[in-house]
Design a protein around this ligand. Sequence first.
Ligand SMILES: Nc1ncnc2c1ncn2[C@@H]1O[C@H](COP(=O)(O)OP(=O)(O)OP(=O)(O)O)[C@@H](O)[C@H]1O
Length: 743
Amino acid sequence: MTVDQTTNPTGTETTGEETTVPSNVRELRPGTAVEVAPVVVDAEIVDEDQGDAEATEPAEVTLVDQPGGDSIDWVRRLQQAKREPILPEYLRSMSEAKATAKWVAGYYAHTAGYHVVRSPLYGLRLAVRAPRGVLLLAAATGRWVSDAEGRQVRAASVRSDDAATYLRLSAQRDARVRFRAVVLGIGLLVGVPALMLLPDAVPSWVMWACSALALAVLGKLGTPADKPVVSPAVVASRYAKLTSDAVTQALASLGIASINQALKADPRSIGFVSPIHKDGPGWRAEIDLPGGATAEDIIKNRSKLASALGRPLGSVWPEGRADISPARLVLWVGDEDMSQAKQPAWPLRKGDAIDLFDPQPFGTDVRGNWVRFTLMFVSGVIGAVPRMGKTFALRLLLLIAALDPRAELHVFDLKGTGDLSPLEPVSHRYRAGDEEDDILYALTALRELQKELRRRAKVIRELPRDLCPDSQLTTELASKKSLGLHPIVIGADEVQIWFEHKDHGAEIEEIVTDLVKRGPATGIVTLLATQRPDSKSIPTQISDNAILRYCLKVAGQVPNDMVLGTSSYQNGERATQFNFKRDKGVGLLKGVVDETTTVKGVKFNGPDSEALVARARAHRLAAGRITGYAAGLDVTVDETESAANTLLADLLNVFGDKDKRWSESLVDALAEFRPDQYGPWGELDGGTAKATQLAAALKPFGIGTGQVWGTDRETGKGANRKGVERAHIAAALTERDKKAKRA
Ligand SMILES: Nc1ncnc2c1ncn2[C@@H]1O[C@H](COP(=O)(O)OP(=O)(O)OP(=O)(O)O)[C@@H](O)[C@H]1O
């Protein structure tokens, strides 16, 4: 079609009789079904019957794709573009730059040391191989002088009876051999006497240097290709460059129907957004998947992808970029398995004071880059099956908190193994264990914290606007001792023990829910770790409101979604993918980073933690911030309250299915139930003494004892004796719990 280059106001080009539309522009035609339903009609496809009418009467055309390039969106595109950091990760802080420089220096020092130590061996190897080098040099010289390289061509001319060529080649060879023999002869005539005279003519070190050089050259010549003189000081990566062909083939082998169909129709349907390039210690490919396939489809099949690429699972990391498109896949393939890669030194290991309002390094991502986040304003849940690194992760977060001298730490090690004990010297509240008094200690501390939460909310609410414009706690406000808004960080390991406690579980759940929900805004950070992430061990109200989520290896979809949030498994965020043996300390981190990221937490062991805490304590001493447990001023748990606290619950436990029971039989049952606590009561002489004891213990709760009909177990006779009604105890227990909540 010849096109007259005039353009009408709608942007179409006209040729007098014909109306054409630029091939990349689609249109909607008025008066057709297309107008009602926005179906795109290609301008080239014109109904034959309507063709003439349209030719005589120019149709009113509404363009779907507006003319013009992308330039109208230029600024917006620029605004949306993600800026890559100007400085590489290792240059962003002085300490990291130093650590990197130190690492590089260490690397070359190691390489130099390795070769220096082996240099006598290298010399020996060269000396042993030098005679072979002499023979090979002589043979090569012989071949050069005799023009051996032309032998095959001359033989071919003989075989083909090509006399003329043979004569020409022979003449050429004779001339060449003559010339080369003369060169060799002169060389020998000059070289041999020179070699004999040289020792007397030059200083001996020159002779030694020349001899060493000659030995080195001849030794190198005599070295077989598969036995290098110098052994490698470091083992280089085994894996080759990632290519688009390898990626395409691997994606095709995953059995994803939409990808396979698209590849069948067009083998180049997998779109590579940018060239595959080196990104840290690995290769990065950014891909637009074809035909309705999503990044999740690939993430779900990570192990198959690794197998297809012929790499270890720990080095193949597909990620989605849902902010761009569900079909955008970023495939990063590491030079080595993440579990084998050495983690760089933790920037906080020296124990310098930090500000918790700033992002702090917690672990490294699959590329070995530090993953940093701000601990303030979050509540967190850490979950995993046993022995995968939960406690290490929780301790690491608490160590980070300890480095801010203002942070008040409340540490509860319900596992009771003392893994969190390095934090004792800086803890405001600390307890290890899950005994009754440990639970009561925690309960007392949590009640205090709930009161503190309310106080803080009031303080923030009443602060002058100029100090706190958005009711947002700032590092400056947190530093003002008079306000008492310093960070509070609570860490509890094996937290399910709290929530499952038969007497206090409900109250603890209520307080922790409050802390998790309202705490972050008031500077209270609650971090909970559990090895059994289900709705019983971490109530849904709490897990739903957690911001920081760190999920190490879990066994299935339910615990996975409990830690990472509903539908996470469905969306390809699967901590089930980690390996029991190799992926200790590796987990999916969510909520505090832009995208859910695979992170290997820093492995900071007990002795190192103690050393770091010693520094942290020194900062606190200097700042006058040693409080509570660390200052020898721990919370006191009222023991009578604790005995009284359990008495009502214990009575309900031993009551059995009766509504009323004699006091003396209840005392015997209590003594059997908790010998430590009620043993002495059981030893009282006679039923009356026991009944009097129970009556005295129940008096503070307003429960009286009265005559109760029962049967004597020994005589089998019925009688009226002092006893208690179950309903009175249940009512008193409910009333007491209500009071505790109001307090
Ligand atoms: N970041 C890490 N890197 C490498 N190894 C780690 C890391 N964190 C923990 N480990 C290893 O995993 C082991 C178990 O860690 P940890 O005690 O924290 O597990 P856990 O999940 O708390 O176990 P449990 O449920 O039995 O208490 C540790 O002894 C340590 O060797």
